[in-house]
Design a protein around this ligand. Structure first.
Ligand code: NAD
Ligand code: TDX
Length: 352
């Protein structure tokens, strides 16, 4: 096997994956293909050697085919997507174009480069998907598995589900070596501050409200991004062609509880480090108040899925996957990272 192509490698999970792969496989060259949308940030990769960032669109089939052929790339891991549910509700078109048409463009390029040329070389197309394709679970329902029916509810989830079906079809019809993984809500460094955890942390540092949608009792399963990356590495290297694997965190939590943990974690950090009150004078603990006072309820997200959860038995048994980082520890690490990463997030907030 030769170089690795990572689509969407300048985004949150993609950048964490590139960083992980660099540490785990330092001899491999990595090509990142990223269109640098609002969510793509080259500074996420700026300190790495041996990573070639190609700024381009996954819908450019000719570009992708050229990269695969000219660089002798046999492995592709596909993160590039429009990823934010609220944006998909406000404007679904970009989700159909990037997530469905874009994935199909990659599949066409992979088929042309790997199958039509008849080189017979091993190859692998890894498709990164989400627990949202299985839709909303009832409170007492068992977690979704790889065999659960698709029931997507948001335009985002529907576009991911469509892409997953195309990946499956290219395996069954053309014999493309393809694997799909489904994952729970990720958190950790470099997450764009529109998603719940970084949004709430950065709002809190500025003394701004923390808007909980609806009754705040929607449940998500949380997985630290480094654990996700270890699961993806295992699936890319050891997953079986045509199979799918659910990578869950085993950490279900409703949004109120999660938000309260974030607030308490921030209060504790400010108590430990008095200099933070000078750096962030608008944060409640800098004024002797609890951060949780910023929490408030706002109108619900339309079609808001009540609960997601994934059973990871298959990934555990076949890939040896098990999350290492507990949520409490991962949240403490994330809070500390966002407090220190002011140079990273300040331009993003200014642009927003
Ligand atoms: P992100 O929004 O942070 O990053 C997406 C990246 O894709 C950005 O760098 C962006 O520039 C790039 N991109 C967008 N459109 C492109 C195009 N047309 N061509 C090339 N590049 C393009 O997303 P993320 O949170 O890192 O998610 C990565 C993948 O993982 C997505 O496929 C998402 O559906 C999936 N996923 C995310 C989560 C999560 O909790 N964040 C959970 C499960 C699955
Ligand atoms: O301001 C907010 N207030 C709020 O209550 C935001 C941004 C979110 N929420 C709620 C909605 C969800 O129940 O918090 C929960 C998490 O929201 P998001 O961070 O937007 O994530 P979610 O909609 O669950 O989707 C995420 O996980 C699955 C990723 O964005 C997807 O890309 C991934 O597939």
């Amino acid at each position: 096997m030769a170089d690795l192509l990572v689509t969407g490698g300048a985004g949150f999970i993609g950048a964490n994956f590139v960083r992980h792969w660099r540490r785990a496989h330092p001899a491999d060259a990595i090509v990142v293909l990223d269109a640098l949308t609002y969510a793509g940030n080259p500074t996420n990769l700026a300190d790495l050697d041996g990573v070639d960032l190609v700024v381009g669109d996954i819908r450019d089939t000719a570009l992708v085919e050229r990269l695969l052929v000219e660089r002798g790339i046999d492995r592709l891991i596909h993160f590039a997507a429009e990823s934010h549910v609220d944006r998909s509700i406000a404007g679904p078109d970009a989700f159909v174009e990037t997530n469905i048409m874009g994935t199909h463009s990659l599949l066409k390029a992979a088929r042309a480069a790997w199958l039509d040329r008849g080189t017979g070389r091993p190859h692998r197309f890894h498709n990164v998907s989400t627990d949202e394709v299985f839709g909303s679970l009832a409170p007492e329902a068992p977690p979704a598995t790889e065999a659960s029916p698709f029931a997507p509810n948001s335009p985002y989830a529907a576009s991911k589900a469509a892409a997953d079906h195309l990946v499956r079809a290219y395996h069954r019809t053309y014999g493309l070596d393809a694997v799909t993984s489904f994952c729970s809500n990720n958190y950790g460094p470099y997450q764009f501050p529109e998603k719940l955890i970084p949004l709430f942390l950065l709002n809190a540092l500025h003394g701004l409200p923390l808007p909980l949608y609806g009754d705040g009792r929607n449940v998500r399963d949380w997985l630290h991004v480094e654990d996700h990356c270890r699961g993806l590495e295992a699936a890319l290297l050891h997953g079986a062609a045509g199979e799918s694997y659910a990578l869950g965190g085993g950490e279900e939590q409703d949004n109120i509880r999660l938000a309260q943990s974030l607030c308490a974690g921030l209060d504790a950090l400010f108590a430990d480090r008095p200099e933070l009150a000078r750096r962030f004078p608008d944060a409640p603990p800098a004024r002797g108040r609890a951060t949780a006072a910023l929490l408030h309820f706002v109108a619900d997200r339309p079609g808001h899925d009540r609960r997601y959860a994934l059973a990871t038995d298959k990934a555990r048994d076949r890939l040896g996957f098990a999350p290492r980082r507990r949520l409490a520890d991962g949240l403490a690490q994330s809070i500390a990272w966002y407090v220190e990463a002011e140079a990273w997030w300040r331009p993003l907030r200014a642009a927003a």
